[in-house]
Design a protein around this ligand. Structure first.
Ligand code: NAD
Length: 468
């Protein structure tokens, strides 16, 4: 079989069977990806286990290796972006941006230190805090940002001296498989292994005895399964899960001034973003103005195939998700909400759904209570600020949130009341490799990025000795 292949122990390999990959802009299968067998997964785990000893030994080589990975990805940016657009659906410009953000994150991880800290030195004893690699990391990613989220895991995992077996979503395996082949050129065999297959492959990975740490990004429901499966070996865990982010617009906000940020904070990547705006709370007096600004923007957005010049929003990535968004919107409309823009799918082929701004929705409707993960956002009115904060927090999710207003100090105080891992002011999704990212409540466990994220790929060790 030519075409997409897995990377296992430095070798680029097909599998005995394969599964189809669909272009969401055409609904047509355009490629097939290898279905990793149990035996091949064991081989990847063995290779990763063997590679740890060498990889963990040389700090400078790891920094150089990670930067070489980033360089190699940059060199193949066009090819990777084309694959991303074909399998994920996002506009080509956004796919290029995803590739460049991936290498920005990899380089930031390469620049992190693993300091040996003296934490006790009292004349009778001295204790050092060291950070040791955990071993083999199982890295599992979803279909919305296949390469970027892989980079978030690979960078710190490798920087800390671990090796990785990486599995992309079966909906978007191609760019990640190609990434494996590319980085295989610059890293020792077994340091990064990339396998592809269905959800069962993820379950094999999280229960695999060779794995010391699972780094998972995906839905809350799967995150719970991952946690249960990791319990047996007491594997270390980082879970980046879903969200139902609220944006609270304050009474001193200028709807025109915040319109762009508010709109794209929810609709970027066709709304398929964990930490994107999923509910907008506005004071009654500003409701119509905010809705007008958002709806007017929504109507101007060019929706279409990501390969087409000028397209700003691609299709929803897969058929089940398309049906889910369509169903949530239809249900809200039949329960009394109205669409100020959008509201129904565009003519196919392709899973195209226009940016949809809903008014008159309320708690109790699934579009408000659940994570829609698509291009449809309800605008809800509130009477008092306390009520807005309470309703924003009344969710099992706690990924991020935002507050929008003219008085920055006041907005900042309101933002600090959100029960979320990140709270933005007059922005949403201002992510950076130096900022720890993670969810409170059921949005996750642990954080990624920065020294805090790096720590999660290490085992802290105290080395205690008598004073000299
Ligand atoms: P998903 O949970 O269905 O799948 C994610 C990955 O887990 C896929 O690779 C899948 O094959 C694998 N998987 C499925 N079952 C498994 C199991 N039992 N054991 C191990 N792995 C298994 O999620 P999705 O639909 O691909 O992605 C959308 C979800 O991801 C949304 O809820 C979104 O909010 C979330 N997400 C979170 C973040 C974050 O950083 N917090 C980022 C992006 C997406």
């Amino acid at each position: 079989m030519s075409g997409p292949r897995m990377t296992i122990n430095g070798q680029v390999l097909p599998a005995d069977s394969s599964f189809g990959v669909v272009n969401p802009a055409t609904e047509g299968e355009f490629s097939r990806a290898p279905e990793c067998s149990r035996k091949q997964l064991d081989a990847a785990m063995d290779a990763a286990t063997r590679a740890v000893q060498l990889w963990r030994a040389d700090d400078a080589a790891r920094v150089a290796g990670l930067n070489a990975v980033a360089d190699a990805v940059d060199e193949h940016a066009s090819e990777l972006a084309d694959l991303l657009t074909a399998e994920q659906g996002k506009p080509l410009g956004a796919a290029h941006y995803e590739v460049s953000e991936t290498t920005r994150w990899l380089r930031a991880a390469a620049a992190l230190e693993l300091p040996i800290e003296t934490i006790l030195d009292d004349g009778s004893a001295r204790a050092e805090l060291r950070r040791r690699p955990i071993g083999v990391v199982a890295a599992i990613t979803p279909w919305n940002f296949p390469l970027l989220l892989a980079g978030w895991k690979l960078g710190p995992a490798l920087r800390a001296g671990n090796t990785v077996v990486l599995k992309p979503s079966p909906y978007t395996p191609l760019a990640t498989l190609r990434l494996g082949e590319i980085v295989n050129q610059v890293l020792p065999p077994g340091v990064i292994n990339v396998v592809s297959g269905g959800d069962h492959l993820g379950a094999w990975m999280t229960s695999h005895p060779a794995v010391g740490k699972v780094s998972f990004t995906g839905s809350v429901a799967t995150g719970k399964k991952v946690m249960a499966s990791a319990a047996d070996g007491l594997k270390r865990l980082t879970l980046e899960l879903g969200g139902n982010d609220a944006a609270i617009v304050l009474d001193d906000a200028n709807p025109e001034a915040i319109g762009r940020g508010l709109f794209w904070g929810g609709f970027i990547n066709c709304g398929q973003i964990c930490a994107g705006i999923k509910r907008i709370f506005v004071p009654e007096a500003l409701h119509d103005d905010v809705v007008d600004v958002l709806a007017e923007r929504a109507r101007r957005v060019r929706v279409g195939p990501g390969t087409q010049e000028g397209v700003q929003m691609g299709p929803i990535q897969n058929h089940p998700q398309f049906e889910r968004v369509r169903g949530l919107v239809a249900e809200a409309l039949s329960d009394g909400a109205s669409a100020a823009a959008g509201g129904a799918p565009l003519d196919g082929p392709g899973y195209f759904f226009p940016p949809t701004v809903l008014t008159g929705a309320n708690e109790g409707m699934r579009i408000v209570d659940e994570e829609q993960f698509g291009p449809a956002i309800p605008v809800l009115t509130y009477r008092t600020l306390d009520e807005a904060v309470e309703r924003a927090n009344a969710t099992p999710f706690g990924l991020s949130g935002s507050v929008w207003g003219s008085d920055l100090d006041r907005a900042t105080e309101v933002a600090a009341r959100l029960d979320t891992g990140t709270a933005f002011v007059n922005d949403h999704l201002a992510l950076d490799p130096c900022l720890p990212f993670g969810g409170s409540k059921q949005s996750g466990l642990g954080v990624e990025n920065g020294p805090w994220g790096l720590d999660e790929f290490t085992q802290l060790q105290v080395v205690h000795r008598p004073a000299a």
